[in-house]
Ligand binder design. Structure first.
Ligand code: SF4
Length: 94
C-alpha cells in the first residue's frame, strides 16, 4: 500500500507542487503534481530528488551543539548567543 502526501518543494522560491509517495517499506518517491498551477506536472532534477531528504541516513533528526546531541532549548540558547555576538560585532563596524 502507498500514500500520496501533497507537499511544496522546499528548494527554491518557485514552489513547485509535488507528492511524496510513502510506501510500506518506508521508501519515498517524488512525483510531480499535474494539477499544480506553478509546476503543472514538471519538476527540475533537484525537485525530483526531494524525497531523498527523508531517507538520507546522515539527516539530522535532533539538534546538536558541537556535534553532540542536545535539547532544542540548549541549541536555541546557543544560537541566540552566537547571533547576539555577531550583531554586536556588526554594530561596532557600522
Ligand atoms: S522543483 Fe526545482 S524549480 Fe521547482 S521548487 Fe523545487 S527546486 Fe525549485
Amino acid at each position: 500500500m502507498s500514500e500520496l502526501v501533497p507537499v511544496v518543494c522546499p528548494f527554491c522560491g518557485v514552489g513547485c507542487g509535488m507528492y511524496l509517495q510513502l510506501l510500506d517499506d518506508g521508501l519515498v518517491a517524488t512525483l510531480p503534481s499535474r494539477n499544480d498551477p506553478i509546476s503543472a506536472g514538471r519538476l527540475c532534477m533537484r525537485g525530483w530528488r526531494a524525497g531523498d531528504l527523508l531517507v538520507n541516513s546522515q539527516r539530522l533528526t535532533s539538534p546538536q551543539v558541537g556535534g553532540e546531541p542536545t535539547s532544542w532549548t540548549e541549541a536555541l540558547q546557543q544560537a541566540s548567543q552566537l547571533l547576539k555576538g555577531i550583531a554586536g560585532s556588526w554594530q561596532q563596524v557600522t
